[in-house]
Design a protein around this ligand. Structure first.
Ligand code: C5P
Length: 313
């Protein structure tokens, strides 16, 4: 095959807890991640030359080496120089549906799709864990984006433990088009404001990470109890992003007033999502939020939980 077309789903965080600082400057996390049906389509095609090229239908997405999809291709050329020499460069086309810089891991999902696409194109036969190890070199969310579904993510967010699949749960997402929150800023601000509460010894850190595995949210997931999941969702980064961005905070309050199963900011935002009982319930929430906040800058989507990460289409 000379080209592969891949589906790259977005993620939301059902739980994001910051446990402490890491010596590498990142933060030790305990998260529950969930893939959703809102996805990008990524095409990875053999290039006639040795060049790596990225094309995207979205003007806000960089097409140079700052693009995570480009960095994924570049990493593959470094890790597998013989295959690169044999098969040549790649052309990557990104058809973006996932909003950019939204807290939905769109860029990480694109990078994950490029790893899978090149693995197939160059017939490398990498395992999921080998792909995840490569993914962690590109960004903390890339390992989850590869396997997707429902999973606990610890460490930097790159250590993945799969959970039972959650299907038939619907979600409404809302985001102001021109609002962006820097992930690095959100984590740094959290550290400045709440870092003094971190446990000082690593044993306590490990215990706290373990606690997530047996916590009530994981039980609700095992029971496939969408209402309970909605009540138990948590995101530590809301403590810094909501006070700094009134629009995000108002959006969350407005979504809550639409009677969802629960509502939460995803990742470092600014997307806020609400869980719904059914597709009809999600569409009703979407209609209501548009009526309550009739701002042409407010984009909304409905989607549903999906049980897989990168798929070849
Ligand atoms: O890993 P990634 O490049 O996606 O992370 C973006 C930024 O988010 C990092 O540069 C860092 O500032 C912050 N971050 C963090 N701790 C994590 C993950 C991300 O501080 N576990």
């Amino acid at each position: 095959m000379r080209a592969y077309s891949l589906i790259a789903p977005a993620k939301i965080n059902l739980h994001l807890e910051i446990l402490g600082d890491r010596p590498d400057g990142y933060h030790e996390l305990a998260m529950v991640m969930q893939s959703i049906s809102l996805s990008d389509r990524v095409e990875v095609r053999a290039n006639a030359t040795e060049r790596l090229q990225v094309h995207c239908n979205h003007t806000q997405v960089p097409q140079d080496s700052t693009n995570l999809a480009y960095r994924a291709a570049e990493l593959m050329t470094i890790e597998f120089p013989e295959a690169f020499q044999r098969y040549g460069g790649v052309k990557i086309s990104l058809d973006k549906q996932i909003p950019v810089a939204a807290g939905l891991a769109g860029g990480s999902a694109n990078a994950a799709a490029v790893l899978v696409g090149i693995d197939l194109l160059w017939k490398l036969g990498l395992t999921q864990s080998e792909l995840q190890e490569l993914g962690a070199k590109i960004g903390s969310d890339v390992p989850f984006c590869l396997s997707g579904g429902t999973a606990i993510a610890t460490g930097r967010g790159d250590k993945i433990s799969p959970l039972p699949d959650l299907e038939d749960i619907h979600v409404v997402l809302a985001k102001y088009r021109n609002l962006a929150v820097s992930t690095a800023w959100a984590y740094q601000t959290y550290r400045q404001q709440f870092g003094h509460n971190y446990p000082s010894d690593t044993n306590t850190l490990e215990d706290r990470a373990k606690r997530v595995h047996s916590g009530p949210l994981i039980q609700a997931i095992a029971q496939h109890d969408a209402a309970k999941i909605g009540q138990l969702m948590h995101n530590d980064l809301e403590k810094v992003v909501l006070p700094a961005h009134n629009l995000v905070s108002e959006l969350k309050t407005a979504l809550l007033a639409c009677n969802p199963l629960g509502t939460m900011m995803s990742g470092s935002g600014p997307t806020v999502f609400a869980l719904a009982k059914s597709k009809t319930h999600a569409e009703a929430i979407q209609a209501q939020i548009k009526q309550m906040l009739p701002d042409p800058q407010l984009d909304t989507w409905t989607a549903q939980f999906c049980p897989q990460g990168i798929q070849v289409s």
